[in-house]
Design a protein around this ligand. Sequence first.
Ligand SMILES: NC(=O)c1ccc[n+]([C@@H]2O[C@H](COP(=O)([O-])OP(=O)(O)OC[C@H]3O[C@@H](n4cnc5c(N)ncnc54)[C@H](O)[C@@H]3O)[C@@H](O)[C@H]2O)c1
Length: 252
Amino acid sequence: MQLSDLKAIVTGGASGMGRTFAMELARGGATVVVADLDQAKMDEVVAAGEGRIHAIRCNVAQEEDVVALIDGAHEKMGGLNALINNAGIFRDGLLVKQDKETGAVKKMSLDAWNAVIAVDLTGPFLCTREFAAKMIATGTKKSCIVNISSIARHGNQGQTNYSAAKAGLVADTKLWGLELARYGIRVGAIAPGFVDTPILQGMRPDVLEGMLKGVPLRRAAAPEEIFQAVRFVLECDYFTGRCIDVDGGLTL
Ligand SMILES: NC(=O)c1ccc[n+]([C@@H]2O[C@H](COP(=O)([O-])OP(=O)(O)OC[C@H]3O[C@@H](n4cnc5c(N)ncnc54)[C@H](O)[C@@H]3O)[C@@H](O)[C@H]2O)c1
């Protein structure tokens, strides 16, 4: 598929990488719906999109929101053939941690576990299910889903919840690739390392410097560099079921 053929939903498209994906897709001639909780930031993306970007407020963890998103996006764009599952959150913490002085054991809360699983795993499940059902119902011959995972998929200390969600998303990328191929739906995943987004920009410079020392290429990725991988998955009609790590060599 060419970018100019795409009618794409970008979840979490109001900020960070999702915003870049929406803008780059629009620049390449695609029509885009950003789906996010943050209406004010979505309005900014729509204004910057010069008529190619629309917005639908959606909580990807809520079934009724996702059903309305897929129908609404199809209607707004006069069709639909791509989905970028990008919305994500993190609530980091160790599984258990003993305080050296008091001996008290702090635990990752069930709320922190559930919140991350809901947005980062249930969200892509609901969006992919509804998207695939729409592709089949409308007889769309070719379509593509890109799941934004993370190198935390390999298991990252302090991210019990996030690592589980991002690894689960890669497992589902493989099986959705298998299950959906017969309907002309391709599925790929991208696992970024450190990316220069508001999360990173908000870190203490010395902490950030320490983190980046572990990256063979010695820097964070620009969101546009992650988009290059997203673009490959969208454009390469022979790619499905796999995850591409774009991490500057961090997990080598
Ligand atoms: N930034 C990084 O270094 C990095 C690295 C690897 C993977 N990722 C992944 O990339 C994706 C984007 O990350 P980012 O850094 O650009 O994040 P970000 O926080 O800048 O943007 C995430 C967007 O998702 C939206 N969102 C949150 N919960 C939502 C929900 N329930 N429904 C709809 N929208 C919701 C937020 O409002 C926000 O606009 C995430 O899935 C993240 O896990 C990020």
